[in-house]
Design a protein around this ligand. Structure first.
Ligand code: B3K
Ligand code: ZN
Length: 869
């Protein structure tokens, strides 16, 4: 860095704004390189301050006027504008120029495949005009958009359409008014030519809402599922949370160039086309479920995010953790609760725990930020949702909903804090959340270690619990948290004991509040098998010395599917760990009969849902396993995961092949039962292809598939088992789909994850594929992201070539799109997890990045933290 290093902001430095803007009237005269923006704001002093400091970046100022007079008394800086000697209340008019077509960072106003669109969260509005670009300044927006009518027939912004008309030179305009005051990050504008899917929804109080989904021309047949999901979301929020939509129109625009999943702009969501477009020939079941979840998520933000927004960006989890909790509940109410829970828990135990242990470790409410975009993390979102879920567990649904109601009564139309949310939950329920609040400020993953003691004379069973949270890079000292710990005790027949403590019946959820604590259960007539941390009642690691027999017992007898699954995962974990040690000593991977039989039992249990069986038979990811070790032996872990897969495949081939054939379905439907059957069938395929006589199944399935789920499953099986016909079916797919980037993303992702020796050479070759472009975030994430995250053996190759490749790509993206670069760098931040040679090689790449003279603050923040680790 040649310029001065970027500065951190601290949560403790929050100051309310010196001024507020009550109304803003925007006009956009769209042009590729010379878009003219006029912003007329009604400004009010909030403190005794006659200078107004506005945020603004990368924009060209034309003129400032105050109350109709041209104003010269101002100073421009790199980050904005200071306007001096202002009256208490005034009208401020600012005219400036921006260049959407050269905006490759995709933040602010940019062009995606010929259409103009915006992305303002977190701090993109300041790339559109000079403004108080902070979430605690809420203004009413009116927006007029002007553009050529033929090329841009649709001109959209937030709120309701109030005017439209014809202008000279083939131009036209549309004006929009949003009656709800909002922060600038929720502003949106879209201009383009689209196909539109229209529907309508009548809210339960009788408001008619027009629903419009805008997609690229020719894609109308891929928008249906998004519409169904939107209608389901609107209905679900009324039924479960009592929340209705509040405008006459709800628009969703799908664009191909987008840095993340989607954006909840008031009344005008902008979506990555990945989370809108689907039909059975182009999208997998996972895509369909992703669309449902993301459409739900953005819709639910209308209350949790938009009606009540964040006071400052340190409070991001206020809206994100809560909205993730809501979208998880939505998916669970509509589909399989246990499968949803399992998948959410995999994310926490895998990448979120890894983030907690990395140089980027931070609490769900961070204290220190250099680039806000770096904090849209698994910790803020997913762990944030776990924190809301713990409150839900502690309060129960009724009191939790009472807390939500009070939260809206108190804070609707304002910018609030995480503390405001907890206070509403506490006040509405009468439950003390004082110690619980620590989850907002303490980072890291707690470990709960449990030992048991059975007293057969006294009929008492004692669980002694110890909690510790290891120090993290951001925080050395840790305190004891309030951990809801859900427990069940089983007798030998698999019946649950009623839980009694201190002579009284008690619930399943124990409150762990101290570093060491004992819970004594009475009237336990035989030594029980404990099922603990049921439903993953807290985001912690559990330590308990289960015997293999106890885990196999829970896999059969636990009363809920999640606990069954978890027992299976713990059994696998034991044998992954022991096999890693064995492999390091040169031995082969082995699984005892008890383990194989436990999984055979799951495969043969026709009472279990197919979707659940598929989860129960899925091994933990490399990344999750890596998190169990201080230093991970990449090759040994890869060998063991592969070895266990082969062992289970060879032992269970008869049962799996029978299942594979029974589960064949004639027609494709996206009902949950059908999805479950496909996922189990395709899981069987993943195992079976490792047995030579079944390898042909992947090719047969590729050739006969009538839907994308089965096509991709076949390709993925051939890819991960490196089957001889892998090349052939990969080329066939690429010929068929090379015109469609979104469909090719699945192919790029398989190329990235290809376990073969020449994976890196292939990945580099794929970058010249006509469907690939480093300027498209989806393509980049699919190919490069999967190589970095899903191909541990090749990315961490001892030669260092994988790291070097990452360094080269990051250097390019640092200039064109820092946000995408900053996501991509994450695996390099975890350098301390690897042996000293690999650490040295990664350090070399990080040092090179640090030396770049134009290093963006996004990468600066991460690179410096990693090098300090
Ligand atoms: N709120 C947006 C994320 C914005 C990310 C900015 N880098 C999408 C969401 O969480 O719903
Ligand atoms: Zn969100």
């Amino acid at each position: 860095m040649t310029e001065s290093a970027p500065k951190a902001k601290y949560r403790s430095d929050y100051q309310s704004p010196s001024h507020t803007i009550t109304d803003v009237n925007l006009t956009f005269d769209l042009h590729e390189t010379q878009t003219r923006v006029t912003a007329i704001s009604q400004v009010k002093q909030m403190a005794n301050e006659t200078t107004l400091t506005l945020d603004g970046e990368g924009i060209e100022l034309v003129q400032i006027s105050v109350n109709g007079q041209v104003w010269q008394d101002y100073a421009q800086t790199d980050t904005g504008l200071a306007i001096h000697n202002l009256p208490e209340e005034f009208e401020l008019a600012i005219e400036n120029i921006i260049s959407p077509s050269t905006n490759t960072a995709l933040e602010g106003l940019y062009i995606s495949d010929g259409a103009y669109c915006t992305q303002c969260e977190a701090e993109g509005f300041r790339r559109i005009t000079y403004f108080l670009d902070r979430p605690d300044v809420l203004a009413k927006y009116t927006t007029k958009v002007i553009a050529d009518k033929e090329s841009f027939p649709y001109l959209l912004s937030n709120g309701n359409k109030i005017e439209e008309g014809q202008l000279e030179n083939g131009k036209h305009f549309v004006a929009w008014e949003d009656p709800h005051p909002k922060p600038s990050y929720l502003f949106a504008l879209v201009a383009g030519d689209f196909d539109v899917l229209r529907d309508k929804y009548t809210t339960r109080s009788g408001r008619d809402v027009a629903l419009e989904i805008f997609v690229d021309k020719g894609n109308l047949d891929r928008a249906n599922h998004a519409m169904v999901s939107l209608i389901n979301s609107m209905k679900w929020d009324e039924e479960r949370f009592g929340l209705e939509y509040d405008l006459d129109i709800y628009m969703i625009v799908a664009v191909d160039f987008f840095n993340m999943g989607a954006m909840e702009n008031k009344g005008l969501n902008v979506f990555n086309s990945k989370f809108v477009l689907a039909n059975d020939q182009t999208a997998t079941d996972t895509d369909y479920l992703g669309i449902e979840a993301v459409i739900g998520h953005e819709y639910f933000h209308n209350w949790t995010g938009n009606r009540v927004t964040c006071r400052d960006w340190f409070q991001l989890s206020l809206k994100e953790g809560l909205t993730v909790f809501r979208d998880q509940e939505f998916s669970s109410d509509l589909g399989s609760r246990s499968v949803n829970r399992i998948n959410n828990v995999r994310i926490i135990r895998g990448p979120q725990f890894a983030e907690d242990a990395s140089p980027m470790s931070h609490p769900i409410r961070p204290d220190k930020v250099i680039e806000m975009n770096n904090f849209y993390t698994l910790t803020v979102y997913e762990k944030g949702s776990e924190v809301i879920r713990m409150m839900h567990t502690l309060l129960g649904e009724d009191k939790f909903q009472a807390g939500m109601k009070l939260y809206f009564e108190r804070h609707d139309g304002t910018a609030a804090t995480c503390e405001n949310f907890v206070a509403a939950m506490e006040d509405a329920s009468g439950i003390d959340l004082n110690q619980f609040r620590l989850w907002y400020s303490q980072s890291g993953t707690p470990t709960v270690s449990v030992t048991e003691q059975y007293d057969e004379a006294a009929y008492t069973y004692t669980l002694s619990v110890k909690q510790t949270t290891p120090a993290t890079q951001d925080q050395a000292e840790k305190q004891a948290l309030h951990i809801p710990f859900d427990v069940e005790l089983y007798d030998e027949q698999g019946k649950v004991f009623e839980l009694q403590r201190n002579g009284e019946l008690c619930g399943n959820v124990l409150n762990i509040t101290e570093s060491e604590q004992s819970f004594v259960f009475e009237n336990i007539s035989s030594k029980p098998v404990p099922s603990m941390l049921r439903e993953f009642s807290a985001p912690v690691r559990l330590n308990f010395e289960y015997s293999d027999e106890q885990l196999a017992f829970l896999m059969i007898h636990a009363r809920n599917d999640f606990a069954k699954w978890d027992a299976g995962q713990m059994l696998l974990a034991k044998y992954i760990k022991s096999n890693v040690e064995a492999v390091q000593k040169g031995a082969n991977v082995e699984l005892p009969e008890l383990v194989v039989d436990a999984f055979r039992g799951v495969v043969l249990n026709s009472e279990l849902e197919p979707a659940f069986i598929a989860e129960a038979l899925s091994l933990p990811s490399f990344n999750e396993v890596a998190g169990w070790y201080e230093t991970v032996d990449v090759d040994a872990v890869c060998d063991v995961l592969k070895g266990i897969k082969l062992a289970l495949a060879s032992e269970l081939q008869d049962e799996m092949s029978a299942l594979y054939h029974t589960l064949a379905q004639a027609d494709y439907t996206i009902e949950h039962a059908a999805i479950g059957k496909r996922s189990l069938r395709n899981l069987c395929l993943q195992y079976l292809v490792n047995v030579p006589e079944y390898a042909h199944l992947a090719k047969d399935q590729y050739q006969s598939a009538n839907n994308m789920t089965d096509t991709i499953a076949a390709m993925s099986a051939a890819n991960s088992a490196s089957l001889t016909f892998r090349e052939e079916i990969m080329s066939d797919y690429s010929e068929k789909w090379s015109h469609d980037g979104l469909v090719m993303d699945k192919w790029f992702a398989l190329q990235g994850a290809n376990p073969s020796k020449d994976a890196l050479v292939n990945v580099k070759a794929c970058m010249s594929h006509k469907a690939f472009s480093l300027s498209n975030p989806n393509r980049t994430r699919s190919l490069i992201g999967s190589f970095l995250n899903m191909n541990p053996r090749r990315f961490h190759d001892k030669s260092g070539k994988g790291y070097q490749f990452a360094g080269e790509i990051l250097t390019q993206l640092n200039e064109s799109n820092p946000q995408v670069a900053s996501r991509l760098i994450d695996p390099l931040l975890k350098l301390k997890k690897y042996d000293s040679e690999r650490q040295a090689l990664i350090t070399l790449e990080l040092e090179k990045l640090k030396g770049l003279d134009n290093l963006a603050k996004d990468l600066f923040e991460k690179v410096t933290k990693a090098l300090e680790s």
